[in-house]
Design a protein around this ligand. Sequence first.
Ligand SMILES: NC(=O)N[C@H]1NC(=O)NC1=O
Length: 370
Amino acid sequence: SQSGCSLFPHSHYWIASKRIVTPQGIISGAVEIKGGSIVSIVKNKDWSGKFKQVVDYGNAVVMPGLIDVHAHLDDPGRAEWEGFPSGTKAAAAGGITTLIDMPLNNFPSTVSTETLKLKIEAAEKSIYVDVGFWGGLVPENAFNATALEALLDAGVHGLKSFMCPSGINDFPMTDARHIKAGLSVLAKYKRPLLVHSEIQSVVESHLETEDGGGDPRSYSTYLKTRPPSWEEAAVRELLTVTKDTRSGGPAEGAHLHVVHLSDASSSLDLIKEAKRRGDSITVETCPHYLAFSAEEIPDGDTRFKCAPPIRDAANKEKLWNALMEGDIDMLSSDHSPTVPELKLLNDGNFLKAWGGISSIQVGNFPFKEK
Ligand SMILES: NC(=O)N[C@H]1NC(=O)NC1=O
C-alpha cells in the first residue's frame, strides 16, 4: 500500500541526491513526491534550503526502477526454489520495479490459459513489484494457433522457447518449424518470441552427462561442454526464420529476441548482420556475463553455473563493448534460483549442479563495477 511504502510520514516530500538520473542527463537536485506520485524534479539551485521534508541521499544514485524482462519465479509448484513473495522482494532490493516472469521452472509450466491462471492466482497472494508473464512455446502448442491465440488473449506479453533441453521435463525444446509457426501467430499480436539460443552438438563438445574429460569441480570442464558454437548454431537456425519478420514478410509484426547471449563473437556478428538486413531481432545479455570471467570462477563454486556458460575475460570485454555500442539491446537478470541441495554446494560438481544463477536481488551490480 502507499502508506506502507512511504519513506516519510508525509504525503508531500522531496528525495534529494547529487546524482539523479533523468531523461535529460544526470542532475543534482530533488524529486518532489506528492500523494505517492512524482510531481516534479527540481535542480539544486532551485530548491536548496527551501524545503523541510527532504530525504537526502547525498551521492547515491536516484533513478527510475529497472524493468527485468527475464526472471524465473517458480510459483506455483516449486515455490521452495523461489516464490512470488521472496522473488519480488528480491527484485525490489535490486532496484527492479517491474519483472516479466518466465513460463518454466514453475509447475505446471505456463503453456496454456489454464496454467496461466494458476500463475496469476499464485502471484495474487503477494507481490511487491509489478509482474507480467511470458507464455511457453512448446511442441504441444506450437502448431495449435487457437491455443496460442487464447494464451496471448489472456494477457501474456509474448512467448518463450528453448532450442536445447530446458532442464524442466514439462517444457520440451522446439526447432525452427515450431518457431516459424509461433512467429506467424505472434505477428498478428505484434508481440515477441524469446528464444534460448543454444543447439546441442555432441560432435564438438563433451556432453554434460559425460565426465567432460576433466575434473567436474573445475569450471573449465563445464565450459567445454557448452562451447560458443552451440550459440552460433542456434542463431544461424533462427535467422532462417527471422527473415519472415522483415517488412512485407509473412511474419511482419512478430519479433524475435535472443535471450542471455554469452558468445560475443560469431553469434553476435550474425545478429548484427540480421539487424542490418531488416530482420526484427534484438538480443540481451546478463549481469553475470559482464561481471565475471571463466578464469576466476573458483573450483566447486556452482553458484556460477548457468547456461550458456560464463566465458573467458576476452569475451567479457567484447560483451561490454557491444553493450556500449548498442549492439546488445538490453540487460536481463535470467534470475534462476533453486534450492541449495540442487546446487550441490558441498560436492561442487559443475556437471551435475542446477544451471541457473540467483541474481535479481543485486540488480544492476555490474554498473557499480564499471
Ligand atoms: N530452466 C532454467 O531456468 N534455465 C535457465 N538457467 C540458466 O542458467 N539458463 C537458463 O536458461
